[in-house]
Design a protein around this ligand. Structure first.
Ligand code: ATP
Length: 363
């Protein structure tokens, strides 16, 4: 069972200037600790680190310490009152003393914010920090997907332009909570008033088809793309609506993620899926060198013409990979051992250390 301790600022602790950002030069590479924030995909990241022979550490709220302790996956559990404390120089010092490499995930980015990760986090972090800005800014994200040559849903600049079923998205509306459907400008106006929404929004063609969320991993060490697994998000209340024979006219669909379902695609669709991943990697190198490193996921809808439309990208480990802590049908083709995305990250770090190329996976 891991050691649990509550982090408190040590009065005697000198605050050093932290030179380590993107440069683990001062690190003892034989004694690296894989660290992450306790939420999202932390269980598989911790287990994966162990499976690859690393020590690990999880930073979590007190009420979550029991989870990491009872699953027995953490060597060290450090509790904090607020995740923002991770940015405290003294906290970062503690991580650096442990030769820590941080693994970002969805909650990690949400709690610390891309801007603060870029400006204030000095601890070496797996991946390219620039990517966080590109995936969280809607304009940049669209530019990236377009540059990659992926098919995107039509975007309506003004509500007056809505000429088919469209999804109105208010940013910051987590899990599509403040999304609504509108088929024409009148419906848009009516719903804006009804839901009391204001501020910035985007309007996207609503693409009808089956959703697929492929989980990729790009290794800059081998310049190879891997398809590790795939899921479909289970969303409330949209996924419950199909159980009703009659949908009340006042009932507005919502898209709040409540779970994930495992899925494989028709084998003939794999060439399109792999091609999309390769294009995304290529475009990332052109737009923000050195580009994407490690795990990412393209959120897609496959239409009945068997064409994929991409409506979003997540450029870090996604929660759907939690289905595959023991590997997936795809990862089993690539590896003769259970390979989760969490474990694959630690494998990349291990290989980078062996090749003396840590700087290729940490930016
Ligand atoms: P996250 O950042 O967690 O991925 P989000 O809050 O940014 O979520 P989106 O990913 O934009 O929300 O969308 C949430 C859900 O809405 C999707 O999983 C999908 O079911 C649906 N959705 C979004 N855009 C479209 C679209 N253009 N066509 C059809 N469905 C869509």
């Amino acid at each position: 069972m891991g050691m649990v301790s509550q982090w408190r600022r040590r009065k005697d602790m000198e605050t050093v200037t932290l030179p380590h950002r993107n440069d683990p030069d001062g690190y003892d590479r034989e004694r690296i600790t894989i660290a992450t924030i306790g939420s999202h995909t932390a269980l598989q990241i911790l287990k994966g680190a162990r499976d690859e022979g690393f020590k690990n550490l999880v930073i979590c709220k007190e009420e979550m310490a029991m989870v990491y302790s009872l699953f027995g996956v953490a060597d060290e559990i450090l509790t904090v009152e607020d995740f923002k404390q991770v940015l405290d120089n003294e906290f970062q010092n503690e991580l650096i003393e442990r030769n820590a490499i941080l693994i970002p995930h969805g909650s990690f980015v949400e709690y610390l914010s891309p801007g603060r990760i870029e400006d204030e986090l000095f601890v070496p972090m797996f991946g390219n920090r620039k990517v966080l800005e590109w995936e969280s800014n809607r304009d940049k994200e669209r530019k990236w997907l377009m540059h990659a040559g992926l098919k995107l849903p039509e975007e309506f600049k003004r509500p007056e332009d809505i000429d088919r079923l469209a999804l109105v998205k208010f940013p910051g509306a987590k899990g599509g909570k403040n999304y609504f459907l509108a088929e024409n400008p009148e419906e848009f106006e009516r719903k804006i008033v009804k839901f009391g929404l204001s501020g910035e929004f985007s309007i996207q063609e609503y693409v009808i088809g089956t959703r697929f969320y492929p989980h990729y991993f790009y290794s800059p060490l081998t310049d190879k793309l891997e398809l590790l697994s795939m899921d479909i998000r289970y969303e409330s209340n949209i996924d419950g609506l199909s159980r009703l024979s009659h949908i009340p006219p006042d009932l507005e669909p919502s898209f709040v993620v409540t779970g994930n379902l495992p899925v494989v695609v028709r084998e003939s669709l794999l060439s399109q899926i792999l091609d999309m991943g390769q294009r995304i990697v290529r475009a990332s190198k052109e737009l923000f060198s050195p580009g994407l490193i490690g795990p990412f996921c393209i959120e897609t809808v496959c239409t009945d013409d068997l064409e994929f439309v991409a409506f979003e990208i997540s450029a870090r480990i996604v929660a759907g990979t939690n289905l595959y802590i023991n590997g997936s049908p795809y990862s089993q083709l690539l590896y003769d051992e259970p390979m989760s995305t969490g474990r694959r990250i630690s494998r990349e770090i291990k290989e980078a250390i062996a090749l003396n190329a840590l700087d290729k996976v940490i930016y």
